[in-house]
Design a protein around this ligand. Structure first.
Ligand code: CP3
Length: 331
């Protein structure tokens, strides 16, 4: 869950050297170094490749920019059926070859020490950025499309589903040992629409993924932010694990999904603004809520905010490791 980034001085330094975020993410040697920064600093148990979910629309020619303080912005947003019909899935090995090169290099650098996670956005989440032209508070345009012109929305989600399936399979071929699908904006939909416009496309992607490499399972993790009310529906996508944000009670989540999926989460990232001793007691509280059964992957409920003191993240990792190496808890 976004473990590299602006809260790390070594990240800010490399980004300044590269000039901007897209150059940093687009240069395999630099993306590899950024991926390893939090791993080396904190001794994390998994690495997530440094990239972005917007690589797909970027490769589709929408003209991505990151404006300081404003987040992502597309020069050519997709607003009508002509623009949607003109979209074609990028070729992952050529158009997105820099991501595959970063994965190969990072696997090599990690040398089997910890697993490497690949990722993509859900089609719905990508569609929100592509139709709105960037981040949004009310999702006015994409929601108008869903209500007035559902066929256009489905055509867009269809091409994004094909693109994302090919992209994640290429990541797996390039060395990603698990993949996570970020459905950051699934939680803004009403329930029927969540199933029809987000969940079902995620399930189709999972259905098309390579699930074993060299006899090893490649787990698929699905994270719908604000999706706690739909855990049963999400568990039906065929995923191996569900990411939980901090608004979902872990014990209740476990009761609802049984042992069908592992659960990942779910510390409120704002806990990291509190004192290190508080961070540590909150880590224990989260672990207590998950209980002693297997199938809990400790994580934040969302990414680390830019103003967080790295020492507080170090306190978090120490508490998780202390807990995980306790009696009866093999690491
Ligand atoms: O920890 C890691 O190394 C993983 C890297 C990662 C990034 N983006 C790097 C990034 C991951 C997993 C993402 C996923 C992503 N990107 C999501 C889904 C996860 C989530 O947070 O909900 C979304 C919605 C995006 C789209 C995106 N990219 C936005 C909205 C922004 C601007 C946000 C901001 O903090 O300014 C980005 C840029 C981005 N992607 C940054 C990083 C580290 C910040 C860029 C910078 O200023 O250096």
């Amino acid at each position: 869950m976004r473990q590299a980034g602006r809260y790390l001085p070594e990240y800010r330094e490399l980004r300044a050297q590269a000039g901007d975020f897209l150059t940093l993410a687009g240069t395999p040697e630099l993306a590899c170094r950024v991926t390893l920064q939090p791993v080396e600093r904190f001794g994390l148990d998994a690495a997530i490749i440094f990239s972005d979910i917007l690589t797909i629309p970027h490769a589709m020619g929408l003209g991505l920019h990151f404006l300081p303080g404003e987040g992502p912005c597309f020069e050519h947003p997709v607003r009508d059926h002509h623009a949607i019909a003109a979209l074609t899935p990028p070729d992952p090995e050529t158009d997105l070859g820099y991501v595959m090169a970063a994965l190969r290099l990072t696997r090599q650098e990690l040398a089997g020490r910890i697993p490497l996670i690949g990722f993509a956005g859900s089609p719905w989440t990508l569609a929100t950025y592509m139709v709105e032209g960037g981040s949004s508070k009310d999702f006015a345009r994409i929601k108008a499309m869903v209500y007035d012109r559902p066929a256009d929305a489905h055509a867009l989600l269809e091409v994004l589903t094909r693109a994302t399936t090919a992209y994640l399979n290429a990541q797996i071929a390039a060395g990603a040992q698990a993949v996570q699908i970020f459905d950051t904006w699934g939680g803004v939909l009403e329930p029927d629409h969540f199933r029809a416009f987000s969940r079902d496309y995620i399930a189709r992607i999972i259905d098309g993924l390579t699930r074993t490499v060299d006899g090893r399972r490649v787990p698929v993790i699905v994270f719908t932010k604000n999706g706690g009310q739909w855990l049963e529906w999400l568990a039906e996508t065929g995923c191996d694990a569900l990411g939980l944000d901090w608004t979902t009670d872990p014990a209740e989540a476990r009761r609802r999904v049984g042992d069908r999926v592992a659960l990942q989460g779910n510390l409120d990232p704002c806990v990291l603004y509190a004192r290190p001793t508080t961070v540590q007691s909150e880590v224990h509280r989260v672990c207590d809520r998950f209980g002693d059964e297997p199938g809990h992957v400790f994580n934040l409920g969302h990414g680390v905010h830019p103003a967080i003191d790295p020492e507080h993240v170090a306190a978090l990792v120490a508490a998780v490791h202390e807990r995980a190496s306790g009696p009866g808890q093999p690491r």
